[in-house]
Design a protein around this ligand. Sequence first.
Ligand SMILES: C[S@@+](CC[C@H](N)C(=O)[O-])C[C@H]1O[C@@H](n2cnc3c(N)ncnc32)[C@H](O)[C@@H]1O
Length: 493
Amino acid sequence: MVADEPGVLYDEVPYPGRPFDQTHPDRLATLGRLYGLRSAAPSRCRLLELGCGDGGNLLPMACTLPASQFVGVDVSQRAVAAARARTEELGIDNVRFEESSLADFAPEPGSFDFVIAHGVYSWVDEPVRDALMAVSARALAEQGVAYVSYNTLPGGRLRDILRDILRSHVDPTDAPQRQLASAREMLAVLQAAWAYDTELHTLGSLAAKMLDDSDALLFHDTLAPVNARLHFEQFTEHAAGHGLQFLAEANFWEMQVGWLPHELRDGVLATDDRLRREQLLDQLRMRTFRQTLLCHASNALDDTPPLDRLATLAVSAQAQASAAQPDGRVTFTGANGSNLTTDHGVVIAALERVIAAWPAILPIAELWPSDALAEDRQIVCEALLRCYSAALASVHAEPAAFGTSAATHPRVTAMARLQAREGALVANLRHDAVTLDDPARALVMLLDGTRDRAALLAGLADAVEGPVARSELALWLERSLTQLAQSALLLAS
Ligand SMILES: C[S@@+](CC[C@H](N)C(=O)[O-])C[C@H]1O[C@@H](n2cnc3c(N)ncnc32)[C@H](O)[C@@H]1O
């Protein structure tokens, strides 16, 4: 029998943590500043994570932001023990983990610049949900930003149909592995039954997608005893009850309407009421999940970010530039296929600099010549905002430099080495998860900054024998270091 106590289910089926870049203080500070807050600098901030699990999200932040302070709270004894063991191994002292229900956690009022709760709100019962909002409001500094993710309606209704079927098929008194096996059996049946039905094939595709979910996700998301879904307006009402207001979605591009037909943009969506527009967007998108940023209701916010604010921020882009057309136009295409075409020389030069610097993050104010006209600066900011809206570029609160493959003693963080030892997923310096194959994991484990090329080759010889021929090892090493640098894993020397 599986006990239904908070935390116990997570003790039985662990939920391995990972970095979520949308919760990083850089993301929260960027959006805070864009909409008018004086957000704390990510490199010197205080961040609280509610439901932090095994520290998979907090620990990489703590490693890369040594002058910031982090606190994680979780009710699962096993998760907190794992987080503390990793903290000790990493030898860092700017992060602390507390084993407590967030309902019993009482931080000093206003003591955190950022509060995050990812994957928690929808999966706890109503009193804890309310406590999550109350603790966030209490902990948050006057100019602070809170991040809360949750399941949304109406899109979530489709998932609820499957969840209801699975929960009626699975015996909750069975051991978790038995429950997972029954759920997967049923999903396979549903997928086959609905595959060719014109009305139901969408549900069939959803069943196929759930079949691919990890045990942790299927058990703690779909089969969870609590899985609250709510309309955006209900969520913002709940926040308002605790003195908090909507700031933005953590993904800036999700708030944009450019992808919709003109009739809709100029019609139903042409409202000045941001909350109403967001609610309508959920209906048009059938959105199932939100990652919403909140701040104290006492702050006056801008409806849209003023262009000149961009000049105080920084930018990065992983994109390609086309050759210039005879008329001077260049098309920039992002990793997600979105593009921007321009013939404006200052914009082309700025974007080419940003792309060449990837994965580095450059100050926007340094993208134009010092004697650039105000009008040109404005045009560059406008182009960057368009790129940000289309997820072709990312905007950041602080610039950052990373290591290159040319370093004589290449180095990754202690966290990346620890993660490479544990599995395939490691956090990069942009707080993204990077998946490594076994030879790359062996290499990352050696990159503590003490080894030159000869020492790396000696260390790798046995570890990667088989997948990499000995005669090709030196070539493979150079290629792999270039890839690690491009993946933002190498520290600046
Ligand atoms: C789905 S997991 C998400 C973990 C992590 N935030 C992530 O996204 O990877 C939910 C987490 O919330 C924790 N949790 C559940 N109820 C809680 C409570 N009442 N107080 C504190 N943590 C709680 C669980 O132990 C678990 O670690």
